[in-house]
Ligand binder design. Structure first.
Ligand SMILES: NC(=O)c1ccc[n+]([C@@H]2O[C@H](COP(=O)([O-])OP(=O)(O)OC[C@H]3O[C@@H](n4cnc5c(N)ncnc54)[C@H](OP(=O)(O)O)[C@@H]3O)[C@@H](O)[C@H]2O)c1
Length: 298
């Protein structure tokens, strides 16, 4: 894709998603700057106030506190990064009239619905991480008109740590594994989400009748964590022999966690598709691309 050379993106957060976005910028010749803690801390208002956000066409907040388990103990820190940080960023964006793309999560919902969640469904987080992210969303809506909040789910990438990489490590070490088979969602390749974010930045830059607000984006199709693990192992076996012989599906009740997890967090992504003309890939196809890339990196 060709992008105009007057696009200048500020990416906050150098994790899985931040690195995918910066890799796309680098490859496409888009001007960008990426910031991360400790040099730039979104919970420190001075770091944000002193930064020349005005120089950028769009700010992308890909930073977050993402440890769902630890957030139960460290709820103050989770709130600080996921709620106070977005509050400071969006206030500064409003002051400097720069649009903001912010990333949120399927965990703002309680997971009790039998249907896919739409942007209009009522939020009701059941853990501290989800609650902190929901507060961040509210601050942005209150502070800044020109915002796009994208809720996504079950992110993985060749960068950083994630479920896919953990499964591969376990599959190399163990003969038997048990994975939860009664929580459902949509695995999402961070590269696909990064591509969508850059496309939206391009539309913002071209003043392309943007409909600001909250959107859902994940890869297409529903899976349990067991399905996600099983597909990962199937795909990895095309590249290497694993020690793993048996994969068991178990209910949530047999895998206790500190943080409660939603049973269904499948997102309805029709709005982003309609308003931005986004093409949404099937999760199994994107996983195949990621694993091929990961195996090439070995
Ligand atoms: N991962 C998932 O499964 C998932 C699912 C749904 C939604 N999301 C959302 O998607 C977005 C991207 O997630 P991700 O998986 O790319 O996250 P990630 O890999 O954990 O990256 C988050 C980044 O934010 C940085 N960060 C943390 N605190 C900061 C602070 N105070 N100031 C500046 N930077 C800070 C982290 O730095 P350090 O590493 O140095 O701490 C890290 O580089 C997040 O908004 C997340 O909530 C993620």
């Amino acid at each position: 894709m060709n992008y105009p050379n007057n696009m200048n993106l500020l990416i906050i957060g150098n994790g899985q998603l931040g690195q995918e976005i910066s890799a796309i910028c680098l490859k496409s010749g888009i001007n960008y700057k990426i910031l991360n803690i400790p040099l730039f801390d979104i919970t420190n208002e001075k770091d944000i106030e002193n930064f020349k956000i005005k120089d950028f066409s769009t700010v992308i907040n890909a930073s977050a506190y993402t440890d769902v388990e630890k957030a139960e103990e460290e709820s103050d820190l989770a709130d600080s990064v996921n709620a106070k940080g977005p509050h400071f960023i969006s206030r500064k964006c409003a002051k400097d009239n720069v649009p903001l793309i912010h990333v949120s999560t399927d965990y703002v919902f309680d997971g009790n619905s039998q249907k896919k969640y739409t942007e209009n469904d009522v939020v009701n987080p059941i853990n501290q991480y989800g609650s902190s992210k929901e507060k961040g969303e509210s601050h942005i809506r209150n502070n800044l008109k020109k915002h796009i909040i994208i809720r996504t789910s079950w992110l993985y990438s060749t960068y950083g740590n994630n479920f896919v990489k953990s499964m591969i490590t376990l599959g190399r070490d163990r003969e038997t594994l048990s994975i939860v088979n009664d929580q459902y969602g949509s695995p999402t390749y961070a590269f696909d989400l990064a591509t969508v974010i850059v496309e939206i930045c391009d539309k913002i830059n071209k003043n392309d009748n943007i409909i600001w607000g909250t959107y859902h984006y994940s890869n297409k199709g529903k899976a349990s964590w067991y399905d996600f693990a099983a597909k990962t192992f199937d795909l990895v076996k095309d590249h290497e022999k694993l020690k793993l012989k048996k994969l068991n599906g178990i209910p949530t009740s047999e895998y206790p966690t500190v943080a409660k997890r939603p049973f269904n967090s499948e997102l309805d992504c029709s709005l982003i598709k309609k308003n931005f003309g986004i093409d949404i890939k099937l999760w199994k196809e994107s996983l195949k691309i990621m694993i091929t890339k990961l195996m090439e990196k070995k």
